[in-house]
Structure formats: structure tokens, C-alpha cells
Write a protein that binds this ligand. Sequence first.
Ligand code: URA
Ligand code: CA
Length: 431
Amino acid sequence: MRMVDIIAKKRDGGQLTTEEINFFIQGYTSGEIPDYQASSLAMAIYFQDMDDQERADLTMAMVESGDQIDLSEIEGIKVDKHSTGGVGDTTTLVLAPLVAALDIPVAKMSGRGLGHTGGTIDKLESVEGFHVEISDEEFVRLVNEDKVAVIGQTGNLTPADKKLYALRDVTGTVNSIPLIASSIMSKKIAAGSDAIVLDVKTGAGAFMKTDEDAEKLAHAMVKIGNNVGRRTMAIISDMSQPLGYAIGNALEVQEAIETLRGEGPEDLTELVLTLGSQMVVLGGGAETLDEARGKLQEVIQNGQALEKFRTFLENQGGNGDVIDDVSLLPQASYKIEVPAKYAGVVSRIVADEIGIASMLLGAGRATKDDQIDLAVGLMLRKKVGDRVEEGESLVTIYANREEVEEVKEKIYSNIEIADKAEAPKLIHTII
Ligand code: URA
Ligand code: CA
């Protein structure tokens, strides 16, 4: 088999066989196939697309290019959630204990964040003592006993994807549905879950800027998952403005606690119930989405979801008292209001730019080696569709320095006030 023939076949619109796809991925991972041939094939795929069989084959070839996590010692159906990324996305912190409270195992492998705020692990580390450096045996034991645990990324997962994604990044081939879908799904499948729930974001703060593209990506990923034997569901949700009010690590933990108590922001609560219902159905805890939603609401109301969060934190060394007293979380030295310059209705909050404003305070990493300040961030006081009076606060800045002019400027240039505006619809589609 020769790589040049595979490239020419795809260039001319042909369908690659399983063997050809395996040949490419194995050769590229080992270094036998050079970057220039891989990038040429990526461009051919970009223009000619891949059918369902090719997409499934590409995904599995990348899964098999490295280690795969074995969760078979954990009882029950392991359901994982993946979000294509957003600003102030606090969902995982809420979903993990919430779903676990219904005895659905949540065995979460997570990473540190690069960008607006930290990743799930960074956020959880704002709870004193909490750590993810636990052994595989401990991880399995905790999930079997208490249904939820988080472990840091281990092993050499999907090296083919790592290499190919970096190459696509510099060859104009990131934006291809078969390549994105196989990239995301390969990582989820290698992480060992039996079923997958996908939250595909759409809007200014998202990777997919339009509903049409988001739906295409969601359908592609659902099909791949189901074709390779992992039951998969998806939703399309709005990321034109940040989710909830809190953006920043400790602030998001506080928001998660409020949401588990049933007192969280409306949009975050709705998103968590929607995704959680799919997780519960896939995990065998309910027959229908409606039944699952009812059960989730019940464990929020009776306090079991919040108690599950406490158990989870304490199991991994964290101080569970934060549940009753959020002032135990890292606190910023300065709280600075950003008052509206005139009255009206908030018509736009540009999610990704507001995320960058939070990063400027130190809540996120610009490069992999940056230190995060867990206490800092932003608390939105208004969301799109809310009425605001002149002088009323739009945002509270939580900072560890007094001088925040640059952050304020960024906030002002990315929050618009008009005569009228409506809140955007949060859940666009359920797939
Ligand atoms: N995120 C991924 O993990 N892979 C892609 O190809 C695009 C976004
Ligand atoms: Ca939030």
C-alpha cells in the first residue's frame, strides 16, 4: 500500500477502505508517513468529505493509536459528557454529583484548562485540599462506592489525534466535519465510557458559529458513536452569551453549589437538567427523558445531589464544609462594579470576549505553563434580555489588583444595551 495512492483516491472522491485508513493512521503515528502527505490527505478529506463508514474507521484507528482506559471494573453503564467548549461553562461540576446521586456511575477523566477559565480540575482545586492524584485502584473503588470520582489525564491517549490536530491547525484543515467529529469522538471513546452525551455549542463563544454547522457536527458525532457501539446522544445549546453568571474558578464552584441546591441561574439549571436527563436514560436510570428529569429534580429538592457533592469533595481530600459556607473558597481582594452607562435592555454579551476579560484577571491560562488565580473572575449581574438602569452594575469584577481599566474597557466594548432585546433560546435542538 502506498500513501500517495490513498491521497489520490480521496482527492478524486473515492471511499477509503478500513485498511487504507489504518495504514494512514498507523504510519502517521509512527512517523513513517511524513507531515506533507498527511496534510495533503487532510485537505482532500476537507474537500471530498467522508462517508459514515470512513468516519467510524478513522475514529477507531485513532482510538487504537494509543492507550485505552479500561473501566470494566466499574459496575453499571458509564456515561460521559462532552462539551465543545464555552465560557463560564459550569455544567460538569453540577452534572457529576447530580447524576451520581441517582446511582449512575460518573467516572470522569479531566484536564486542566487552556483559555478563558480553568478546566474542571482547576475549578475543583479551589476547594481546599481537593486533588485528583489518586491511583487507578482508588478511582475505581470510589466510583463503585459513591458513584463519582475525577482523575487527572493519564496514559498516552489518541496520539494520532494529537499529531493530526496540530497539523490541521497550521494547514487550514481544522474546519472539516469528518475530521472534527472523529477527533472529538476518538478521545471520548479512548477514555473508556460506554455511552456519551454531547453538548454542541453554537454562537459567538463557540467553535461552531451557526446552528447549521453545529447540527451537522452533532449528527456526525452521534452517528460515529452509535456505529462503533457507544450509545450517543447530543444537544445543541446556545453560547452566544456566557452560561450562568459566574466566570472564574472559585466563582464557578460557588455557582455549582447554588445550582445543586436548586438556587442556580435559570440557564445553567436548564442545561444541566437537559444533559443530565440524557445521561440518566443512557445509564439505564429511567425509560424516558421526562422521567429522568423528574428524578433529577427530586434529588435537587431533597438535598441528595448537594450531599453527593460533599461526599465527592471529601473522598478526594477536599474540605466539604464549603457546601455550607462558600466564604471558605479563595476570595479576591477587590470587588469592582462595572456600571451601565445608560438605561435600556442588554442586547448582547459577546461570550468569548468576556471570557478573555476574565483571563486578563488571571482566571485562565494563555499558555500551558501559566499559573491560575483561583479567586478572580467575573460575575455577570445582567444577561441578555434583562432591563438595566443607568449606573446599575452590569458585571462585578473579582480581582487581586486594584487596577482593572483594561478589563473594564473590554467589558464595556462587549456588552451592548438597546431599546429592546429578548433572551436567546438556550436549547436549540435535542438529537
Ligand atoms: N476539538 C477537537 O478536539 N478536535 C477538533 O478537531 C476540533 C475541536
Ligand atoms: Ca457559569
